[in-house]
Design a protein around this ligand. Structure first.
Ligand code: ADP
Length: 445
């Protein structure tokens, strides 16, 4: 954006207590999570089967071999480094691959292996002897469609006969074209154009229909209607798969409108907690001291990576600039970046190119990055009433049970106001936050 660069030095930051970040859309959040995550999110909860087809016993598998996949597909699965199915895959895959095909509604939080599950099902159902689209997958946005397509391409790396086509913005084909690819992955608008308006392929020949990120889908204007328009032209015996990270009423209504007689499976989100997290605060008199604390913390991040949360973009970019000038390798993620820029920043951070990621509220939840061992609140999170935003605090710092190792949280407190916030956090969670001297930050190791 065109806002002038403010010249700020230590202590000279404008008093700005309201965050200037626009809320991140569900689609964006979902994308960022996908980008930054390296592995599977482990979840200790049990899969709940909410509804099943009584004629077919639901079973689960402990290995990919048990699925009797085509050898080339199995090879692809292993080449991706998947040794055993994830929790949701154990239960979903046998049902998704069963004959006769069964419909499914599956819900579990991001990172638990849903995409890999339905991509595997999509690929297994392709008949390469037929040269027309048989599998259709709808994703809410361009970027999410591309992510899914990349997973499909990787998993099908030993199946050169399977062809995939993106139906997303920027893809143009001449009128009268008849698509020959087996799998179409696209956004609802473009798929309506191609399948309903121009008939580049016959929706009546689709045998597998996947709705991915359905909860994100319904949050987007027009997507639900377009999905219904597409759905209407699908054959009755088309297998429907519906995936969502959340399980709200409106999502389920949408699901039931699309998927008839489904098997419904659900993996409850594991709650975050502050268990195993050491929390500290550092009293700073001014911005200078806050900076000193940060610089000291940087010095002790020898293993793992750190994230620093700032309240405003301005503070975040000021801090990033200053640290860079002082020779520290830091990354900056804020809301004024384009999607591509964000992806690039997160890719670099995930690959360890920078030890520190400075960010605003763009990323509170979902930084399930195992290697992030230190989280710093340069500013404590506040809600609209100017009280401590304990939920955001938990999302930034808390972890689910999956990482046994201890994490570290450091809060910078720069006056009575932020000390009050800190006390509110302590009280809310019933956990004391220890004081640390700015000079003694290295005590923490
Ligand atoms: P979701 O769609 O639920 O967000 P993904 O399918 O994208 O989850 O999987 C999350 C991450 O875990 C991805 O990096 C993916 O490569 C990896 N993953 C998925 N299934 C497995 C598995 N069985 N074993 C190991 N890693 C997996």
């Amino acid at each position: 954006n065109g806002s002038p660069k403010t010249e700020v030095g230590a202590g000279g930051l404008p008093e700005d207590k309201t965050t200037d970040e626009a809320p991140v859309s569900p689609a964006e959040r979902s994308l960022l999570q996908k980008i930054i995550r390296r592995g599977l999110v482990e979840n200790k909860n049990d899969i709940e089967v909410q509804r099943r087809d009584p004629s077919s016993p639901l079973f689960s598998i402990k290995s990919f071999e048990a699925l009797h996949l085509q050898p080339q597909l199995l090879k692809g699965v292993y080449a991706m480094g998947f040794n055993a199915p994830s929790k949701i895959q154990e239960t979903a895959l046998p049902t998704l691959l069963a004959d006769p095909p069964q419909n499914m509604i599956a819900q579990s939080q991001s990172g638990t292996g849903k995409t890999a599950a339905f991509v595997l099902a999509m690929l297994s159902r392709v008949d390469t002897k037929k040269d027309y689209p048989q599998v259709l997958c709808l994703s809410p946005t361009y970027e999410l469609a591309i992510q899914t397509g990349e997973v499909a391409a990787k998993m099908a790396q030993f199946c050169p006969d399977i062809k995939i086509r993106f139906a997303v913005r920027g893809e143009e084909i001449p009128r009268g074209t008849k698509l020959k690819e087996h799998i179409i992955i696209g956004t609802p608008g473009k798929v309506v154009d191609w399948g309903v308006k121009y008939r580049f392929f016959d929706l009546g020949k689709i045998s597998v229909f996947v709705l991915d990120e359905a909860d994100v889908m319904i949050a987007m204007q027009g997507h639900q209607d377009q999905s219904f328009r597409i759905h209407k032209l699908l054959p009755r015996n088309c297998q429907m798969m519906f995936f969502s990270a959340t399980y709200e009423e409106d999502v389920m209504e949408f699901a039931e409108g699309i998927v008839s007689d489904p098997v419904i499976i659900r993996l409850r989100r594991e709650e975050e907690s502050l268990h195993n997290i050491k929390q500290y605060y550092v009293m700073c008199r001014n911005l200078d001291e806050k900076y000193t604390a940060i610089a000291n913390i940087y010095g002790v991040v020898t293993i793992g990576q750190a994230m620093i949360f700032c309240h405003t973009r301005k503070t975040a970019s000021w801090l990033a600039e200053k640290m860079s000038r002082d020779g520290h390798a830091v990354a900056l993620l804020s809301g004024d970046l384009t999607v591509d820029q964000r992806i690039a920043v997160l890719d670099r951070f995930r690959d360890g190119k920078e030890k520190v990621l400075i960010t605003t509220n763009v990323l509170a939840r979902g930084i399930d990055v195992e290697q992030v061992t230190i989280v710093v609140n340069f500013d404590l999170p506040v809600d609209v009433t100017r009280n401590a935003d304990c939920e955001t605090y938990l999302h930034r710092i808390g972890r689910t049970g999956r990482f046994g190792k201890a994490g570290l949280a450091i809060n910078l407190v720069d006056g009575p106001e932020s000390l009050t916030l800190l006390r509110q956090v302590e009280e809310h969670f019933g956990k004391k936050i220890q004081q640390l001297d700015a000079e003694d930050v290295d005590e923490i190791e």
